[in-house]
Design a binder for this molecule. Structure first.
Ligand code: SF4
Length: 342
């Protein structure tokens, strides 16, 4: 290595000190004020809107959440309307978003706020943690984003930014806490960290040149961006191939059955070749015509659905004719299968 290369590698790009917490927080807050995406819950920072958005965004991408968020708030415009709804009404509005337990817990949480906090969402992490379905992350998000409390949050985006910025290989929560304490606006800082991870410090090919903290970033200076954060061990996946049957009656209604097991609890499903969801007799078709196939992933299961238009000689026990699938809670694969009829 010649002298110039050595100087560039070890002096110019290498920060002499770990990033200063106050300065880092300010830079991220300022960047957020200029580059934040206009999102519906950022209009008024209504605690109910923030809560719903945070629950929807767990395990679901932003572009998928946005139309659901708008429809959900039309259907349940405030905490009281959500608390007064049934689980079925809430999971129906949630149909297609997946991870339906989130919807039920959100409803249970709303009911608990009505009962315990007189309908007002509390502002502190300790109080928020007493609400069913609210854990450390959601409590921190509501407290900081809706109420400007100095509460830390760590999601996948935040963990990645902090791991790279500080070359951190351990739990990111203590550092997230120190940083939010050093911030001017916990709302701007926490959202800025998340937004930075979503838009700039992406898992692959981070846009370091436009990053507001690039001059302090240890991973960038030491060439360790690809190593940080350390990869998590991958969960084993299962490949499945499942036949799926679209059966309609003369009125165009679709044959469905409500699952009673824990998998996709209480949702309406199309009859399919894997009867493990249902108890009792297997489903039998009399005629069937292939409509197509599609792939679908549920947690660690990678499923190829093979979809048939089918007729049956008699209705199997426990099935119902459904006129409008929007009226019943159903998983997102149902809509994908119905699209193949067109
Ligand atoms: Fe991430 Fe690059 Fe910014 Fe470091 S400089 S925090 S790696 S985007």
């Amino acid at each position: 290595m010649n002298l110039i290369t050595h100087f560039v590698k070890n002096t110019i790009r290498r920060p002499l000190h770990p990033p200063d917490l106050r300065r880092t927080a300010r830079l991220i807050e300022r960047w957020f004020s200029r580059h934040q995406r206009p999102l519906p819950w950022r209009v008024a920072y209504d605690p109910y809107h923030v809560w719903v958005s945070e629950v929807m965004l767990q395990q679901t991408r932003m572009e998928v959440v946005l139309p659901y968020f708008a429809r959900f708030l039309e259907r349940f415009p405030n905490l009281g309307s959500l608390a007064a709804a049934t689980d079925d009404e809430v999971t129906t509005a949630w149909s297609g978003l997946g991870y339906y337990r989130r919807a039920k817990m959100l409803r249970a949480g709303a009911a608990s706020v009505m009962e315990t906090f007189d309908g007002t969402i509390p502002s502190t992490v300790d109080e928020l943690l007493t609400i069913p379905g609210i854990g450390r992350y959601t409590a921190g998000a509501i407290a900081s984003v809706a109420f400007e409390q100095r509460a830390p949050i760590v999601d996948g985006n935040v963990a990645r930014v902090l791991a790279r910025l500080f070359a951190l290989e351990s739990d990111a929560w203590p550092l997230a806490e120190e940083l939010v304490r050093a911030s001017k606006s916990p709302r701007a800082f926490n959202q800025g960290l998340m937004e930075l991870g979503a838009l700039v410090c992406k898992p692959r090919n981070p846009a370091c040149l436009v990053c507001p903290v690039h001059d302090a970033c240890v991973a960038r200076a030491t060439g360790r961006i690809d190593e940080l954060p350390p990869p998590k061990p991958k969960k084993a996946t299962r490949e499945l191939r499942i036949p799926l049957y679209l059966v309609r009656d003369r009125r165009g209604r679709v044959l469905m059955r409500r699952a009673s097991g824990t998998l996709m609890d209480s949702m309406y499903h199309l009859p399919h070749g894997d009867t493990s969801l249902f108890e009792g007799e297997p489903f039998a078709t009399t005629t069937r015509q292939l409509l197509g196939t599609f792939r679908h992933t549920v947690t660690t299961r990678r499923i190829e659905f093979v979809v048939y238009a089918a007729t049956i000689s008699r209705r199997a026990r426990g099935y119902e004719w459904i006129a409008d699938i929007d009226e019943v809670p159903h998983p997102s694969y149902v809509r994908k299968a119905l699209k193949l009829e067109r």
